[in-house]
Design a binder for this molecule. Sequence first.
Ligand SMILES: Cc1cc2nc3c(=O)[nH]c(=O)nc-3n(C[C@H](O)[C@H](O)[C@H](O)COP(=O)(O)O)c2cc1C
Length: 324
Amino acid sequence: MLKDKFPDFPLILSPMEAITNKPFRKICKRYGADVLITEFISSDALMREVEQSVVKMSFEEMEHPIGIQIFGNNEDSLTLATKIAERENPDFIDINWGCPVRKIAGKGCGSGILNDIPKMIRLTETVVKATNLPVTVKTRLGYSEDSKNIVEIAERLQDVGIQALSIHGRTRSQMYKGVADWTLIAEVKNNPYMKIPIFGNGDINSAEKAIEYKNRYGVDGILIGRATIGNPFIFRQIKDLLNGETPSEITIAEKVEVCKEHFEGLIELRGEKNAIFEMRKNYSGYFKGLADFKPFRLKLVNSLNKNEILDILKNILDYYSVAR
Ligand SMILES: Cc1cc2nc3c(=O)[nH]c(=O)nc-3n(C[C@H](O)[C@H](O)[C@H](O)COP(=O)(O)O)c2cc1C
């Protein structure tokens, strides 16, 4: 059972394309993420053994418990992708029925399936039957404001055998706009018919908010996405609060060290050039709140050279180590 592999109230690193790759996942794990999930992987691409998709599936021993997340919209590719993913020995397969991006949802994948619930249930059942691994689903409240049918969807997904459900408190139409509505997530959780763990997701951006939402909505665990970007430390801070301690302050030395480790891990995974570009979306997170940081940030995001970036990071450390 999947439940037995997760601690009570797991803190889950929410899957994010081009963010939650192996080097970043490993850092999050070290800082207290209890469960990891890969970036979403196209079942069609996996079926064709597209190299990038195969690479996305790989993880290290220390990453357990980890799920491989797949998306697709037909029986054949989802079945085959599930069997290919199974070979990697993840702890579970997560189906992405939540992505709202047009190029995914427009093809009936991700949250595009939310306007055809019978198909969503049928395809989920297909995946459950294709593997001995536990299957989980990550989805949204419904397709649009007037079809927030997650309570019914959750029951039907449980009926076909999924072992946990993660709910992002927005609809497909909302994309990332507005505020995540956790009251409907709590309704699913409080439905006496539901036996599987219900994980809440959306807008958790501080350790305090994580605890507040845990207590207010009673979910079995939470997924944190955007607030982890350049801030894997949030997991440790939540753990501190859960243990009745004050959330630990992260020193500039630690931020620089982790940022460097992240960059070097990305170079190993993606090559120097890709790593330099992909790292750019992380710097604001790592160095959020530092006074006068803008000139450093501009240098970091404009540099095309690994050693130069490492030098800038060293300069950041020197500059901010002196009390200012
Ligand atoms: C850049 C980016 C990429 C994402 N990629 C994925 C993905 O691959 N799979 C998935 O299930 N959700 C994906 N999401 C959605 C997040 O996992 C999460 O559900 C959403 O951001 C809401 O949580 P948050 O408010 O904690 O960020 C992505 C979100 C962002 C911002």
